[in-house]
Design a protein. Structure first.
Length: 144
């Protein structure tokens, strides 16, 4: 079973989390163990940044690219998957339309079991307003 965390400032995810996925309720709970995969939403990054003494350890971290500065201070990760609208991000959108989008995996992603997610494009039938958070969720699905 893979330990993973989706941390979104206490917000309930829109769908039930799969078996083996945890959602810590506090920043302190987030720092109590080493996570195999840590997925941080924008709200989760903000909460972590507001607790500068908190340090998280993980194998892979997925986070919006605007918050990549956390990996230098508070998130100690073996692999960083940045999610955003920049061509430098590991996960981005290659196209976005009215209500749909195409997610682009721009480089090989290493899964916790050692497998790989190859660069590819994935059409999505829906597009929410929190695009970077949507990329984090898609990335979490790809890694797990």
């Amino acid at each position: 079973m893979v330990d993973a965390a989706f941390f979104g400032a206490g917000a309930t995810p829109p769908t039930p989390l799969p078996a083996g996925v945890e959602q810590p309720e506090t920043v302190q709970a987030l720092t109590q163990k080493r996570w195999e995969v840590l997925a941080l939403s924008t709200a989760g990054c903000r909460l972590l940044a507001d607790a500068p003494e908190a340090v998280c350890a993980c194998g892979s971290v997925l986070l919006p690219s605007d918050w990549s500065c956390l990996t230098a201070r508070q998130v100690k990760a073996e692999r960083v998957v940045s999610c955003g609208l920049s061509s430098r991000d590991s996960l981005t959108f290659s196209s976005m339309g009215d209500g749909d989008a195409v997610v682009c995996v721009q480089r090989v992603l290493i899964k916790p079991d050692g497998g790989q997610v190859e660069p590819q494009e994935l059409p999505l039938g829906c597009l929410g307003s929190q695009t970077e958070d949507l990329l984090v969720v898609v990335g979490l699905g790809l890694l797990l």
